[in-house]
Ligand binder design. Structure first.
Ligand code: FMN
Length: 218
């Protein structure tokens, strides 16, 4: 059975990145970079859902995902309350848990990612007021058709063929304050390493302190 290094490395990010890359390279799962992301609403109630981790930036240590800024999760994140998440690759006997604070990615980064997406996804981002109720499925389909037409008309009228990124859609960087790596062990002696670090707000971003590591009982 796999174990974490005897001496836990001072920084967990290279190992976290290695595990996510291994899950992608493994090719078994349709969405190997799916993670459950929990946020807290203004009544203190947690909510969790799956999103896709599109980038790991090992230094200074954040994960990137994309969503609608006006969705339920977007509103929770906007409040500055911390988030938590988990990756689980059952067939690889690995779990990663994390905590952190999410802030919007720079607009140019979101623009570049949006431009790289399939046209269908781009139209979908415009057409859906994510997390808002809608009367029925037909209304949603009609909204999608109307959005497709509007975007096609706009493209005809302007010299630009590309669909612009909606201002309400883009990336978040989850600055990590805690990471736990878990591997299955023989006789239920699973191995758990946990790392924590302080995050000092620094303008639009964070200035992270040093990681401290400890081993946990399973
Ligand atoms: C495999 C999978 C991947 C998903 N990836 C994303 C994603 O990257 N971004 C996103 O906004 N929603 C994604 N979703 C949908 C979310 O789970 C969720 O339904 C949606 O974001 C609305 O969440 P909210 O109302 O809590 O904000 C994904 C769902 C699944 C099952």
């Amino acid at each position: 059975m796999e174990q974490l290094p005897n001496n836990l490395p001072p920084d967990p990010l290279p190992l976290l990145d290695k595990w996510i890359t291994a899950a992608r390279d493994d090719g078994t799962l349709p969405n190997p970079d799916a993670m459950t992301l929990a946020t807290i609403n203004n009544r203190g109630i947690p909510a969790a859902r799956i999103v896709l981790c599109k980038q790991v930036v090992t230094n200074p240590g954040y994960l990137v995902f994309y969503t609608n800024y006006e969705s339920a999760k977007g509103i929770d994140i906007q409040s500055g309350r911390p988030v938590a998440g988990v990756f689980h690759w059952d067939h690889m006997n690995r779990q990663i848990r994390f905590e952190g604070i999410a802030i919007r990615s720079p607009a140019n980064e979101s623009d570049a990612y949006f431009a790289s997406r399939e046209k269908e996804s781009q139209i979908g981002a415009w057409a859906s007021a994510q997390s808002q109720p809608i009367e029925n499925r037909q209304k949603l389909k009609n909204k999608h058709i109307a959005t497709t037409r509007t975007l096609a008309k706009l493209a005809e009228e302007s010299s630009k063929r590309e669909i612009p990124r909606p201002p309400f859609w883009g990336g978040y960087r989850i600055w990590l304050s805690s990471v736990e790596l878990w591997t299955r062990g023989d006789a239920r002696l699973h191995d758990r390493g946990r790392w924590e670090r302080p995050l000092e707000p620094d303008g639009d971003s964070f200035s992270p302190g040093n990681w401290s590591a400890e081993r946990l009982q399973p």
